[in-house]
Structures are given as C-alpha cells and as structure tokens.
Ligand binder design. Structure first.
Ligand SMILES: [Mn+2]
Length: 464
C-alpha cells in the first residue's frame, strides 16, 4: 500500500490530526493560514508556497497513494482536489470536514467526505452507553455481593435465551453454581434445549416455589413474576433484580429493574454488561449467548434491534463454531437415522408440501428432519412427523413467504391436540388416542394421509 498524504488547512487542523495519532505511513503536510507561519505543528512539513500551481507535485506523489484533505473551507478544498487531479486523475481523496457538504465538493469518482463530529460523536455516544451498563453492573454487584445464596430464576421450561442470560449473569457476579444456582419451577422440556444445556454444561435446577425462601438473594432473568400465575409465593413479589426484554409488568417490587423491551433477547442486555465491564469472555459463554440471541430472534429476523446485531457481532468474534454446530445439530441416534431412511424412501413433494413420517423416534430427531426436509426441490413446506410415547409429534418449517406456520399448525390440531409457533417454524402434538377416535387407525399410512389432507386444507384454505 502506498503512502497517505495528509494535507491540513492551517495549524488547528494539523494539531487535530496529530492528536489522533498520526500513522507512520502518513506523509503529513500543512498549509499555513495567514499569520501562522511560525507555529509549525510537530511532525508536519510545510507545503512550500501554499496551494499554488504545482503544489502537489512537490510532494513527489506516486501511483496508488491516498490523500486526506482536512479543511472546512470550500474554495481551499476545491483547489486542493483540482491540484491533486493534476498529478493523479483518479486519486483516492478523503475530505474531513464538518462544514462542507457533498455539494460543496467537486465531482470526483473516488472522493468520500466525513466529519470529525460524525466520527467522534458516535463513538462518544457508544462510550456513554457502555458507561450506563457499567454503572448498572456496579449497582447490581453492590446489591448482591454480600448475599450468601442467590437464586437466579428463569421461567418454567426455560429457553436458551433465559438459560444463557442466567449463566452469564452468574459469571458477572463471580459466582459458582453452589452459591448462585440457575433455578426453575419447571424442567427444560424441549429436546433441543436439553441438548443446549448439555453441550454448554449448564445445570438448571428444578425447585418447588416454596424453596425460593431458602435463598437470601433473588434474581429474575428473561422473566417477570407475573409469569408464575395469579398467586406467586410472597417472595416473588419483592425481588432484588429483574433483567428482561418482555413488556414491563406491574404488581411486584424490584430493587433493580432492567427491562428493555426494544431488545430481541435478554442475552443482548447481558452481553452489554459483560462488554462494559471488560469481562473475560470464554468461548463457551460467548457461544451460549450467541445462540440465545439467535434462537430468540430466529436468526436476527424477528424483532431484532441494532443492539442485538451489535451484541451478536461482538460475541461472534469469541464464539466456538464447533460448539455452536453441536448445539444446532445434536447427534442423531442410529434408530432415528434408520427411521429417516425408511421415510425418505417414500419421499415426495406434492403441492409444495414435503411430509416425512418417521414412526417411533426420539423427539429431538423430528425438528432436525424438518429442517433438512425443507431442502427438497420444490418444497415450500416441510413436515416431519414422529411418534413419541403416546403422541404424534410434528415439526413444521416453511420458506417464509407463505402462510404462517404457527397459524397452519393451530388449524391442523384444532380439537385434537396442541400446537403453535411462528412465521416459519411450528410444532404440534396430537395424542394417539385422539387421533384414533377420529381416524380409526394410527398406523403410518393413516397418519400420513390424514395429516397430509389436514395440512393441505390449512395451507390452501381460502379465507378471503
Ligand atoms: Mn428472551
């Protein structure tokens, strides 16, 4: 790379440039203004004779050099651009000015303009954001440092966002699972979330609501007390800390409340805490939080804010791709693969619907097969169906620009079972008993034809 030639209009511009730490590859020159002749800024050489005819040629310019012009003066800048073009017709020129606009500048293909204010303002605002987070963490630590045993409570059947945030908060408090366990009133149920806990090594302890009284500190993460029903234990009406991104609820006291409803994930809030405190971020923690954001926002799609993007990018630099792969693609058991093989032998895509009926399988195989099945040519919908214990369980995926998956599943299970989901992912459960009552048998052929008809009706239903 060639030199950078920095040309400053007057001593003040030159001093500003030396403040930001002039780079060794930069050739620093300045053009004194009237009366500035004597006060040469350190490290700068003077452009002899000012910006007159042939001025740039005196700098011995070579090909591929870059120029920066530091000035708020329109005529000065236009003259400088003209002189530079004389020695290099398509030179790269950066104009640093807060006063000049693009209209004040001559037409030149590789010219960019920016201003000190724009550049520094954004950074300073960001620093204030970090400072606010640091202040928040200092308050949290002051509040909880002296407590003996702190419960970090997540919702019943917690999701990866809640679990990862709780795990990060514990790290932030400098605690271990003995003095700050992650607790829940209901176990982690979804197989993919169990796989997540196992891969990252996070233990969610199930306790009875009364046991909350055994702790002298109570922190709620990704949840607020109203989730625990009409009449939660008294201890839940007055908690130490709430960190959440769900809409703010009333009816409880919290000494510190950090609720940011514009965020797509609580993991993004906690990532800002870690960042503001310059906490060490190991690959495991970074991966857990990254996955927390990814799953709560459906890969930065739904309800994602600029903050989530920033936290995601920050975590991305420290995460472990291998661990993330293990979380997202948990190991498939061999019987599950054999069931998939049998189902694939009958694969067909009709009306954009690709349905694979697996028979008896471990539950976590079903969503993975659904993900894969959407890759079939012409498939707009993928439905993976399996029998788990006494239920027919199915996972649904679609390409995103068709009817919402959650809506379709709710129509399919109506009166038979439960189900729901989002725009492009959904899940449904129909007890075998309920299925038999309507369709007589529940063998694979019957399940396939009944569900196929039900899905076709729900997907292509004309509701005006
Ligand atoms: Mn969440």
């Amino acid at each position: 790379m060639g030199r950078r030639i920095i040309i400053c209009d007057g001593a003040e511009s030159a001093r500003l440039w030396s403040r930001i730490g002039a780079d060794l590859s930069e050739e620093l020159t300045w053009v004194p203004r009237e009366g500035e002749g004597r006060s040469r800024p350190p490290g700068f050489r003077i452009l002899q004779g000012g910006l007159d005819e042939g001025a740039i040629a005196k700098l011995d310019p070579q090909a591929d050099e870059e120029y920066a012009l530091v000035s708020d003066d329109g005529p000065w800048t236009r003259l400088a651009v003209r002189e530079i073009r004389k020695v290099d017709e398509d030179a790269s020129i950066l104009v640093l000015s807060d006063e000049l606009t693009q209209e004040d500048l001559p037409d030149h293909a590789s010219l960019r303009r920016t201003g000190w204010k724009t550049l520094i303002r954004d950074d300073i605002n960001e620093e204030f954001d970090h400072l606010a987070n640091l202040h928040r963490v200092a308050k949290i630590r002051r509040l909880l440092d002296q407590r003996e045993k702190i419960a970090i409570l997540v919702q019943p059947d917690p999701d990866p966002d809640g679990i990862a945030s709780a795990y990060a908060l514990r790290t932030l408090l400098g605690r271990k699972r003995t003095t700050a366990p992650i607790v829940s009133f209901g176990e982690v149920q979804r197989p993919e979330n169990q796989a997540f806990c196992e891969a990252v090594g996070i233990d969610v302890k199930v306790i009875a609501p009364e046991e909350i009284a055994d702790f002298d500190g109570l922190v709620l993460v990704d949840v607020q007390p109203n989730v625990f029903g009409e009449n939660p234990p008294a201890r839940l009406k007055s908690v130490d800390l709430v960190v959440d991104h769900h809409p703010e609820r009333s009816g409880y006291e919290a000494t510190i409340r950090d609720i940011r409803t514009s965020y797509g994930a609580t993991s993004s809030i906690v990532t800002e805490y870690l960042r503001a405190t310059n906490s060490e971020l190991n690959a495991k923690l970074a991966t857990a939080l990254l996955y927390g954001i990814k799953s709560d926002t459906q890969y930065l799609g739904r309800e994602t804010s600029r903050r989530d993007m920033q936290s995601f990018a920050f975590l991305h630099a420290s995460h472990s791709p291998a661990l993330l792969r293990r979380i997202e693609r948990p190991a498939l058991p061999l019987p599950g693969l054999r069931a998939l093989g049998r189902a694939l032998a009958q694969a067909e895509v009709r009306d954009g619907i690709h349905m694979l009926v697996l028979g008896h399988v471990r539950e976590d195989v079903i969503p993975q097969v659904a993900d894969m099945a959407l890759q079939a040519q012409d498939a707009e919908w993928a439905i993976a169906v399996g029998i788990v214990n006494r239920d027919i369980v199915f996972s649904v995926r679609n390409v995103g620009y068709v009817r919402a998956a959650g809506e379709v599943v709710r129509a399919v299970v109506e009166g038979l079972g439960v189900g729901g989901g989002h725009r492009s992912m959904a899940k449904g459960i129909i007890p075998l008993k309920a299925f038999r009552e309507v369709y007589g048998r529940a063998d694979r052929a019957q399940i396939r034809s009944a569900l196929y008809d039900a899905f076709t009706r729900a997907i292509y239903r004309d509701d005006g």
